[in-house]
Write a protein that binds this ligand. Structure first.
Ligand code: KG4
Ligand code: ZN
Length: 342
């Protein structure tokens, strides 16, 4: 089915927009990252995020129409991430999308952000077939799904405490590496020894063999970085090499846990494809390890290019196209929800 969809994404700290034809051809896009705004606070500040979304969203939309040589009347629908995420940040996008849909007299589509991350893998590997297993790893989510068909998700495992991206961000803080934690740990780990600290079992809760836990690993990093007694505010006890070793050992523990469990589900469900998505899927070591283990069980791997791993609106437009084809429209009552599962 043909579609021309404008999508908006503002669930966390990137303001993004995209215009896609048929869910597959990007005609215009923008991502305004707020990383520099939040860096001084060492994490995302919701109020700061909301204000930045308000400033960037509509100018971004205008620029997309200019870039694509289109007008609002060319569109078939307006889509927006309405769940899950920071409530204020989501509300900025949802309110803007509703106002635009109303003014332009276009239907509106509400998109789940997690489904967006899975759609990013499908967008970059259109040849991927159902059923597949999807690992979504971001700042707020760590979930493994079995996906038998479009829009159907069977959750196998998830985190019992911190999300994987959150663990990266907290570990980086403990190691004085800066914000956001994922990219800086990824970089420091390249110069470190993965065997310096044996943290491989720290992410394995006992009950469900598919679940994750990252709080024990975080404590292990804290003790290595600051000692058992000092707490978070104590002086850093590691030299530069020690920090790189801790980063490498931490990353290895997280990656092993993510890969082992995903492969286990893929084997159990006997799928031919594994998809990964979310900010942590930009991690070099995760991409390499998952590719290697998937090859061993003769599974294909769908990994989005880096810029579609972190938050963007191309993935929201791609998922919106599927909803458009299924006739699943929202209306002007569409609301933002901070929490939503799949
Ligand atoms: O998907 P995303 O952009 O936003 C959410 O939906 O949360 O994910 C952001 C998360 C952050 O926690 C960030 O540290 C992590 O993704 N991240 C990475 C890397 N790049 C970003 N984690 C590990 N390695 C990376 N290279
Ligand atoms: Zn995300």
């Amino acid at each position: 089915m043909d579609s021309l969809i404008l999508a908006l994404e503002s669930s966390c700290d990137e303001t993004a927009g995209a215009i896609l034809r048929n869910g597959s051809q990007v005609l215009a896009e923008f991502v305004a990252s707020q990383i520099d705004l939040h860096r001084q606070f060492g994490g995302v500040v919701p109020e700061v995020a909301c204000r930045a979304h308000m400033e960037c969203l509509l100018p971004g939309v205008d620029k997309m129409f200019t870039d694509a040589g289109l007008t609002p009347q060319d569109l078939d629908a307006v889509a927006v991430t309405n769940r899950p995420g920071l409530i204020g940040a989501l509300l900025v996008g949802v309110s803007a999308a509703k106002a635009l849909a109303y003014a332009w007299n276009k239907p509106i589509i509400g998109v789940n952000h997690i489904e967006g991350h899975i759609a990013a893998a499908k967008f970059s590997h259109p040849e991927m077939e159902y059923p597949f297993v999807a690992l979504v790893v971001s700042g707020g989510h760590t979930n493994i799904y079995y996906v038998p068909e479009c829009g159907v998700y069977e959750k196998f495992g998830s985190t019992l405490d911190d999300a994987a991206g959150e663990a990266f961000d907290k570990a980086a803080k403990l190691l004085d590496l800066g914000f956001p934690g994922g990219p800086v740990i990824d970089k420091a780990a390249r110069e470190g020894d993965i065997n310096a600290f044996d943290w491989r079992d720290a992410c394995l809760p006992r009950k469900n063999p598919y679940d994750f836990s990252f709080s024990g690993l975080k404590t292990a990093v804290l003790y290595a970085a600051r000692g058992q007694k000092a707490g978070r505010k104590g002086p850093l006890l590691l030299d530069r090499q020690g920090v790189c070793d801790a980063a490498a050992s931490f990353q290895n523990a997280v990656v092993r846990a993510l890969v082992n469990r995903t492969i286990r589900v893929a084997k159990e469900k006997n799928v031919k494809w594994i998809a990964i998505g979310g900010g942590v899927s930009a991690n070099t070591s995760l991409r390499e390890a998952m590719a290697e283990e998937a090859r061993k069980i003769r599974c294909n791997l769908a990994v989005p290019p880096m810029k579609l791993c972190t938050d963007n609106a191309v993935m929201i437009a791609a998922r919106a196209h599927e909803l458009y084809c299924a006739g699943e429209f929202a209306d002007l009552e569409l609301d933002a929800c901070a929490r939503a599962s799949l």
